[in-house]
Structures are given as structure tokens and as C-alpha cells.
Ligand binder design. Structure first.
Ligand SMILES: [Zn+2]
Ligand SMILES: [Zn+2]
Length: 151
């Protein structure tokens, strides 16, 4: 698959049960298939720091205003979509396959947003140095909520 942002070849990475396609050495974005996140079940399972530290090319110029095509669906354009009701983080969602694209840094912002939520709901502090399975579950729940809202 080609990166929707910079057309670099995406490379598949697996952590635990989760497989994502990342733009390593390109723009550093991450592609999530629609069915990838529900497989992350174990709260203690970490998806790893690597999701936040994908090697990227700092000299790369990305045009963020250009319409992007879904890397999986031949002729469907991705839609910019607020990730949660907090309307802080926008991601690129495919209306065709339900997959979505996070630009470099967006996962971190989602994690921060989740950290805020967790601080309201839980006494336990969120581990700020890595992306845990609970962050990914949060992403999935937000996505499910967004889908329900638009249905
Ligand atoms: Zn890229
Ligand atoms: Zn698609």
C-alpha cells in the first residue's frame, strides 16, 4: 500500500495482536484498518513506543490541504473527521472501508486527549511515555461513537 500523504510504500508493523501500516522513512503517519483495533484486548499490553517514534524524513514537504485517497480503496477519498466530541484532533477517515489515517503526531494528541479523560475518570495516572492498549481502545471507542453519530 502507498502512503496517502506522501506516496511512500507503507510498511506493516505488528505489536501483540495489532498490525498497522506505517510510513517509515516517509511522513511517519499510521494507517489503521477498521478491524485492527478491536483485537487489542489486554489492558496491560503495550502497543509500544514505536507508534510515537516512527522514523520519518524531516525534509519531506507534506501538503495537508490536498485531498487524500484511501490506500485500500481505489477511488475513495479520505474525509477529515474530528476524532471525538472534544473536537481537538482530526483524522482522515475512509467512508468506504472504515479505516483511518493518523498523521505523525496525531496519535500523541489523541493520547493526550485520552489522558485528560482518564484523569477525570480514574485515579490512576496515565503512563505518559508510551501508547498502551487502553489508548488504542479509546481510539476505537471514539471511532465507533463517530460512526454512530454520522449514521
Ligand atoms: Zn507518508
Ligand atoms: Zn478505504
Amino acid at each position: 500500500m502507498k502512503c496517502p500523504a506522501c506516496f511512500n510504500e507503507l510498511c506493516q508493523m505488528t505489536v501483540g495482536q495489532l498490525t498497522v501500516d506505517v510510513c517509515r522513512g516517509g511522513c511517519g503517519g499510521i494507517w489503521f484498518d477498521a478491524f485492527e483495533l478491536p483485537r487489542v484486548d489486554e489492558p496491560q499490553e503495550s502497543a509500544g513506543e514505536w507508534l510515537l517514534n516512527i522514523e520519518l524524513d524531516p525534509s519531506l514537504q507534506i501538503n495537508y490541504t490536498r485531498k487524500r485517497s484511501c490506500p485500500k480503496c481505489a477511488d475513495i477519498k479520505l474525509k477529515r473527521h474530528y476524532f471525538s466530541a472534544k473536537r481537538r484532533v482530526e483524522v482522515d477517515l475512509c467512508p468506504g472501508c472504515g479505516g483511518y489515517w493518523l498523521d505523525a503526531g496525531e496519535l500523541e494528541r489523541i493520547r493526550d486527549e485520552m489522558g485528560d479523560t482518564a484523569r477525570q475518570k480514574e485515579v490512576q495516572a496515565v503512563n505518559q511515555t508510551r501508547v498502551s492498549a487502553s489508548v488504542l481502545r479509546y481510539i476505537y471507542q471514539m471511532k465507533a461513537a463517530a460512526r454512530d453519530a454520522s449514521a
